[in-house]
Design a protein around this ligand. Structure first.
Ligand code: MN
Length: 242
């Protein structure tokens, strides 16, 4: 039996052409395709389910992919909003923090990507830079110009010896895409840094005491088609679910 992997979705208003006073829920198709190509069954999870829906859904999921998206509300790590904080999506914060805590408690395999990597850290009581350019002025440029293709490699990352991420991605040069202006600041207790950018930004996190709890700040779903190592990351999630 193939594993059911829940993928969290985002919500946005429909355009006037699509219909007024209603919202669209979805996720970039590369996440869905990556799970399918790794041998899993993608299941989309909309923001804002009621507690009973969530309670009925989670036991049927074998694993989770927390996808990329808007900024995490800093109140979840006890900070006031910084002037450069971007858009937040409270129903999605609530959902994903609950799912991440469920995965941590029940040892359910979880891969967090970009925002999902940050959500994982916050769910485990870590904190974030709300805006890298202003809060870590020496940092590389991690927010790539939106005109570039999603697979544009803009900076290297170095995996940490002894980590699961090193086992999966190897020790070779890993050039990655980068579509974030927030980043992990205080690493949560129980998580370890598994990959760094050369400027010290945390690009990978994992939990050594779980089956598979991994976060990456880059976007492997946009890289795996021509980088087998990125496919192995999704494959490792699917295999951990079986
Ligand atoms: Mn980056």
């Amino acid at each position: 039996m193939k594993s059911l992997i829940g993928i969290t979705c985002t919500e946005r208003p429909l355009t006037p052409v699509e219909g007024h006073e209603s919202t669209m829920v979805g996720v970039r198709d590369s996440y869905i395709q990556a799970i399918a190509d790794a041998g899993g069954i993608p299941v989309l999870i909309p923001p804002g389910p009621t507690e009973d829906i969530l309670a009925g859904m989670t036991p049927r999921l074998d694993g989770l992919l927390l996808s990329g998206g808007a900024d995490v509300d800093p109140r979840y790590y006890g900070e006031a909003p910084h002037p450069c904080l971007g858009q937040v999506e409270p129903p999605r914060d609530e959902l994903e923090l609950a799912l991440a805590r469920w995965a941590l408690t029940q040892d359910v395999p979880l891969l967090g990507i970009c925002r999902g990597h940050q959500v994982l850290n916050v769910a485990a009581s870590g904190s974030l830079y709300q805006d890298l350019p202003t809060q870590l002025p020496g940092a590389l440029r991690h927010a790539t110009d939106l005109a570039h293709p999603r697979d544009t490699r803009v900076h290297p990352v170095h995996t940490v010896p002894g980590t699961r991420l090193r086992d999966i991605l190897g020790d070779g040069l890993l050039d990655v895409n980068s579509w974030h202006h927030q980043a992990v600041k205080g690493v949560a207790p129980g998580l370890v840094v598994a990959a760094w950018a050369p400027d010290g930004v945390v690009e990978g996190l994992e939990s050594p005491r779980h089956r598979f709890i991994v976060g990456v700040q880059f976007h492997p779903e946009d890289l795996y088609r021509d980088d087998q190592r990125m496919w192995r990351l999704f494959r490792a999630l699917v295999e951990a679910c079986q």
